[in-house]
Design a binder for this molecule. Structure first.
Ligand code: HEC
Length: 145
């Protein structure tokens, strides 16, 4: 029995490595297919620091949901992910219309998240958070600096 388990494990493991290797090779051959935003060096830094703040906000919101501190989590969602004047201006600086649209939809979803968090329901909050994070994933798959 033990031997079968080991053989099976080796089989699965080597399969996983092969799949990963193929994937990497595939990626190299295709290059980065995402649309470049053609940003200036200053805009690049500005965008990346904004992005790191988005990540920090998500981290903080997850921790606050776990502690059932929903009001605080809502404040973070509204102020760091929502469609604030600052974020509107940031989105307006980009010339790519699709990127702008996605950015605005993302920030609107941040406001919805802020609203849902006020209901103090962890499951509903996680659904809203998942929806907002869907925009992170979607945009990163489509665009690069
Ligand atoms: C509308 C588009 C868009 C949305 C939405 C978006 N990002 Fe980004 N993000 C970008 C782009 C473009 C880059 C640069 C990627 C590149 O050039 O490879 C980036 C880069 C980043 C980086 C790298 C920062 C660094 O210092 O290197 C992090 C972290 C990040 N995003 C987090 C997030 C998180 C978390 C969310 C959602 C809460 C999010 N982003 C939503 C477009 C977006």
């Amino acid at each position: 029995m033990k031997r079968i388990v080991i053989v099976l494990w080796l089989f699965l493991f080597s399969g996983a490595c092969l799949a990963a290797g193929e994937h990497m090779h595939h990626g190299d051959a295709m290059g980065d297919q995402r649309v470049s935003l053609g940003l200036s060096p200053e805009m690049k830094q500005h965008q990346l620091s904004n992005m790191r703040a988005h990540l920090e906000a998500i981290h903080s919101i997850i921790g606050l949901i776990a502690k059932k501190e929903f009001s605080k989590a809502s404040e973070v969602a509204y102020s760091k992910l929502g469609l604030t004047e600052e974020m509107k201006q940031m989105c307006d600086m980009f010339s790519n219309e699709d990127f702008k649209k996605l950015g605005m939809a993302f920030h609107k979803s941040g406001d919805v998240l802020g609203e849902v968090l006020l209901k103090k329901n962890a499951t509903q909050s996680l659904h809203a958070l998942s929806n907002t994070m869907g925009y992170c994933v979607e945009c990163h798959a489509a665009f690069r600096q």
